[in-house]
Design a protein around this ligand. Structure first.
Ligand code: CA
Length: 227
């Protein structure tokens, strides 16, 4: 999953980034409101951790703009203010949750998991995604079939996670590039083909019924075959 952190206290931003990276999230960090908003508007994130008091545009205005632009990415507001009015205001304008500073990192992780799990029936517990006969452990990046297992590289893991979470949809190469390499990256379509082929080999090794199909001219879809 890809998380955007917008926090102007650089030490805190860096600590959060490290924490989330250790949990296998892909993290982009920005220290001011304008850059934060520009990136949030791409819609490529699974969650946004957003400070309220920011240089440029404040967190409240960022959430407001996102919701006006129909970007529904879940937002957790970080606020130094423990004022009830501020919390209510944040939730009213479309934030999904808030965390008063200083906060416990375990609590932030739990809230992030809760937000990214919403409306997502494939997750059976905190760290597992399942489809067909496979289970992807998101904390160890290990892929399990009924009798075999294999480890995934970071990009293979991100790609498989993305396909499983969106299992009902066809995902385009462009979407995969934005998700795995970021909005401004120079990654190309053939990177995607390479990682899809790595993943197919690993799936064929552990699974009897899960495959990635190519929908010509559109993209890829993960599917569970009827035996
Ligand atoms: Ca701040």
């Amino acid at each position: 999953m890809r998380v955007l952190i917008v926090e102007d206290e650089k030490y805190l931003a860096e600590a959060l980034s490290q924490l989330l990276t250790q949990q296998n999230y892909t993290v982009d960090t920005f220290n001011d409101g304008e850059e934060g908003l520009d990136n949030a508007l791409t819609g490529i994130y699974d969650a946004i951790v957003l400070d309220v008091m920011l240089p440029g545009i404040n967190g409240f205005d960022i959430v407001k703009t996102l919701r006006e632009e129909k970007i529904t990415t879940p937002v957790i507001l970080l606020t130094a203010k423990s004022d009830v009015k501020d919390r209510i205001h944040g939730l009213d304008i479309g934030a999904d949750d808030y965390l008063p500073k200083p906060f416990d990192t375990g609590e932030l992780l739990a809230r992030l998991r809760a937000l990214t799990r919403r409306g997502n029936e494939v997750i059976v517990n905190n760290n597992e995604l399942k489809i067909g006969d496979i289970t992807l452990d998101t904390s160890s990046m290990q892929l399990y079939g009924t009798h075999r297992e294999t480890s995934l590289t970071k990009k293979e893991f991100e790609l498989l996670e993305y396909l499983i979470i969106n299992k009902s949809m066809v995902i385009s190469k462009e979407q995969i590039i934005e998700k795995l390499w970021g909005f401004d990256s120079e990654a190309e379509g053939n990177y995607v083909e390479v990682y899809i082929s790595f993943l197919r080999k690993k799936l064929a090794f552990v699974s009897k019924n899960v495959t990635i199909s190519t929908i010509r001219g559109i993209g890829y879809k993960i599917a569970e075959s009827a035996e």
